[in-house]
Design a protein around this ligand. Sequence first.
Ligand code: PEP
Ligand code: MG
Length: 763
Amino acid sequence: MPHRHPPPSPYLPGKHSSPRVLLKRLREIMAESLSAQQKLDQITKAIAYTMVADVCSIYLRRADDRLELFSTVGLKAQAVHKTKLDWDEGLVGKVARSSAPLNLSRASEHADFSFRSEVGEEKLNAFLGVPILRTGKVLGVLVIQNKSERRYLEEEVEAAQSVAMILAEVVAYGELLEEKDAVEMKQILLRPEHFKGTPVVTGVVIGTAVRHDPPPPEHKTFADSVPKEVERLKEGLGRLQKNIDVLIAKNAELSGVSREVLEVYRLFAYDKGWRRRLEDAVLSGLTAESAVEQVHEENRKRMRQVTDPYLRERLHDLDDLTRRLQRVLTGQDNGEALELPDYAVLLADSLGPAELLELDRQKLKAIVLGEGSDNSHLAIVARGLGLPMVGGLPQAIDLAQSGDKIIVDGQTGEVHLRPQEETIAVFESKRIFLSEAQAEYDAEKDLPCVSRDGVGAELMMNAGLLVDLPHLEKTGAVGVGLFRTELQFLIGNSLPTSAEQEAIYRKALEQANGKPVVFRTTDLGSDKAADYMEMEREANPAMGWRGVRMTIDREGLMRPQLRALLAAAAGQHLYILLPFVTTEDEVITAREIIDKEIERRRKNDRLLPEKISIGVMIETPASAWRTEEIARHVDFLSIGGNDMAQFFFAADRESARLSNRYDFLHPSYLDFLRMISAKAERAEIPLGYCGEQAGDPLMAMSLIGIGITRLSVPAPAVGPIKRLIRAMDVKDFSSWLAPKIELAKVSLRPSIMTYALERGLPL
Ligand code: PEP
Ligand code: MG
């Protein structure tokens, strides 16, 4: 039976148990020469004592997002490092998920309660869980439990939160963890994050994050001398107005709506009503700073009740003016703008148009705002300046640190914080693509890709995220020759579910609008691993457990993806491409798995794709050698030149030292490709080339010259390569190239270049 009246709290703030005393004790523990685990256990003990808790436990987050019991007083000691809760498991999981405290008098009655026999919490009732938070990220959960049935008091919750805050600091700095765990925690803190906000101003920027959070100035509340404060306010307002006049004069080039915005802003600064209310507040005995705060609060309240969106947006102007006046009054406005790195992306909760104009225009390239709508003055000015901007992302502001790499896509509202190299490459393509240089190819996008002497080529593009798909239409590529599905696995914090994958593939097919999309099953491993995947360290990951090797070993990875692909392409032509195949039997096994999923769908009476074509990436010498045998099991082949070249030359594709040593235009490599092409021809199977190298004009020429006419290249290369192919005489070039492949000893790059230049080919 629950108690009718909860017993009084044993927690006595201000006595032996105050957070200040605890803080002191924590500092002492940190200074002691103990192991990391001993320190953590001492801290748990100290918290339990202070909070008069029967149980105090610290759960910390692992890279796979599970919450591991790291230390406890009161639960079974054997459970430490053994009990691992899923992110959405039980009450601890709920605290982590919601990143908010949970205070319950009878834990077992809560819908999210889950019983774990190994920890021994049978007799416990009261439960208080608070998240251990750092820069907006949940690093763990601190749990206090008592046998009695009672809700913890507000002071107790606050005390637990301040302890959790300190814990977050020491945990983040690795001071309470063994070295290996500390490294893992760092990874969690620094892992890539992906957000979708409101697209405000279009454009793609890859740059460096800079936080814009000026510290609130400290000041007294009550004036020592009222006349003096009146004078200070008058002076402050005068200086503020002058600053704004100067700022507007300096930005004389802004015209139209942007100009009007600034003029309205200036009117606010000169507004008599505002001035009068400020003076009244000072005359009532407040310091100038407190008066500014008070009037601002009143203004905000009034403005919030206004329904007109235009007027509501003016709140930002008021915020900006207020911050500016405060800085003038406290002497912080020394006229120096925030120091920006090159390619700066500014992150701010809110920002006024004038604050924006003060920043170095050469360096500032994009803005991400916590609040924001596309009606704000800031948006209007940003648009006038052509500064890409995304709004509505308070989480991004919390999680970003100055210096982080960041991608802003003002067209879709996407923001990637600390992105992986692959994500950067995708957006780099989009960035180049949006640049004016591409515009000149627009007029040619619908022209056929046929050489001067009538040889037709199939020019496709590579993709990996949905942001790539619009390039299909823009470039005139005839399809997506390689959709790297693993990129979706790399940008998130967890494995995408089958349903999430299906939604993405469905959208990709929709956006392709009937053009083929070749979906490559996840090519994870090697350099492509997310932090949440517990990958064993390998000495040579490029030759390790990756691509199809991993997916046939882990049907749990492959089958949900196949299910998603089959569902997304129901009634259409589905292309599936298997990555990193080495031997024929791998293809047979992969096909069996595919057949199982097809069968399952058939049995469930679900609509299947109208046609399914399966392909293999030829990107290891072993698979190249057995091209004809492998061809028997599939419908098409595609050479993955990035991997193939690295294994052909035995030169790591990631090694900067080797990057210029072996040219893929070396006759030996071209000869090897010619061999694969001949084998494919004998096997009567279509063969393409989808490594990035096909985007190199001289390589594209060479591939066409040896008969590989199906190319999949990065989107920005589609226009230039098509123009080149249309200008080529393929027969002439092939007969020129063939003997060179036989006889030359060094890279053919210079001679192919000369061939092209002499014939005026557009490179
Ligand atoms: C390749 O190896 O050429 C290829 C297309 O695959 P990835 O670059 O994704 O390994
Ligand atoms: Mg590859």
